[in-house]
Ligand binder design. Structure first.
Ligand SMILES: [Cu+2]
Length: 352
């Protein structure tokens, strides 16, 4: 095995961790994470408290994060929170908080020992505030330490002056799959309650997903939301975060024009019937031909299909998008067939 294939293997093994792992980020710190190029990261934070009896109503505080990895250690994304404390100040007309942000990791990489530094410019649509964060983290063995300096041009409900906030936290990995983390962050202001969190972080084995169970008092994952805690009626929220990397390459066939036609199966046979494979169906479910004639199947879907006979007749290999397959029938009979990846796709060839 060459040195290069060793390196590729090591990268492949590291990939699940590099795919935006909660083992390297506490609940209220964006830190320096950047999705890999061509990956759209979907993260879902859900926090709640339960009101006292008799209703025991559950009050929910979700934040959705969508961020696209642009390559070159850069990302562009947004947080959307539906019950943000940022929206509870004077003059707030809504608790729906949207923050759009960019992030550029100037140095370092997730999961690699040493220092990482990232800058995160953002705009908070609810607070109408230009926000920003400089995040640093330092990884050594199972430990990652985090720090962040934040600035906002306008805290919601305040008179328009800017404000600064600072945050810090850590991740401690007990093994490759489980870790603990905590953080605290606060505006430099005696009137605003500091935000905090503590979490158990889990990498789901065999998957690119990470999960955290956490407690916190912060109601959203934006720069402003992660810098202030809810004070009443409850000051502890329970919750979780789930991270989902979506690899755009998987969707490539949807966006690229028709791939090159590929012809499979018998060549030179007299084609007496055409069957299109479209919308995950065999168009023209039953075709009738004479002995010695052939049928041609053409795949119009962006997915692979097969023509697999239910009897002993040999069928097709996987037929790629824009591929076709020709099969000649030398014996009379009724040939039922299906698609192996999509068994609900069925068809019949009657040979007289
Ligand atoms: Cu199919």
């Amino acid at each position: 095995m060459t040195r290069i294939s060793f390196v590729l293997l090591a990268l492949a093994a590291a990939a699940p961790l590099r795919a935006q792992s909660l083992l390297y980020r506490p609940p209220n710190l964006g830190g320096t994470w950047v999705p890999d190029g061509g990956v759209v990261q979907f993260n879902f934070v859900h926090r709640f408290y339960v009101t006292p009896g008799p209703s025991h109503a559950v009050v929910n505080f979700p934040t959705f994060t969508l961020a696209a990895g642009l390559g070159h250690q850069a990302t562009f994304g947004a947080h959307f929170a539906t019950k943000s404390i940022v929206g509870l100040g004077n003059g707030a007309l809504s608790t729906n908080e949207t923050e759009v942000f960019g992030r550029w990791r100037v140095r370092g990489a997730e999961g690699r020992p040493g220092l990482a530094v990232a800058v995160t410019p953002a705009y908070n649509l609810l607070a109408k505030s230009v926000d920003g964060e400089v995040g640093v983290d330092w990884t050594q063995g199972p430990l990652t330490l985090h720090g962040a300096a934040r600035a906002v041009s306008r805290r919601l409900g305040e008179s328009g002056d800017g404000a600064a906030a600072f945050a810090g936290g850590f991740n401690a990995r007990l093994n490759p799959y489980v870790g603990l983390s905590a953080d605290v962050g606060s505006f430099v202001s005696p009137t605003v309650r500091a935000a905090w969190s503590a979490a158990i972080n889990v990498l789901i084995p065999g998957s690119p997903h990470t999960f955290s169970f956490h407690v916190s008092n912060a109601t959203s994952a934006s720069i402003q939301g992660a810098s202030q805690g809810i004070a009443s009626p409850k000051n502890v929220l329970y919750g979780f975060e789930f991270t989902i990397p979506l690899h755009l390459k998987r969707f490539a066939p949807w966006f690229h024009g028709s791939p090159k036609p590929v012809a499979l199966g018998a060549s030179g046979a007299a084609i007496a019937a055409e069957v299109a494979m479209a919308a995950v169906k065999f168009a023209g479910e039953t075709v009738t031909i004479s002995t010695g004639q052939a049928v041609r199947w053409t795949n119009r879907d962006p997915l692979e299909h097969t023509v697999t006979f239910d009897g002993a007749e040999p069928g097709s290999p996987p037929i790629p998008p824009n591929g076709s397959y020709v099969h000649r029938f030398d014996k009379p009979g009724t040939y039922t067939y299906h698609c192996t990846p999509h068994p609900f796709m069925k068809g019949v060839v009657v040979v007289k």
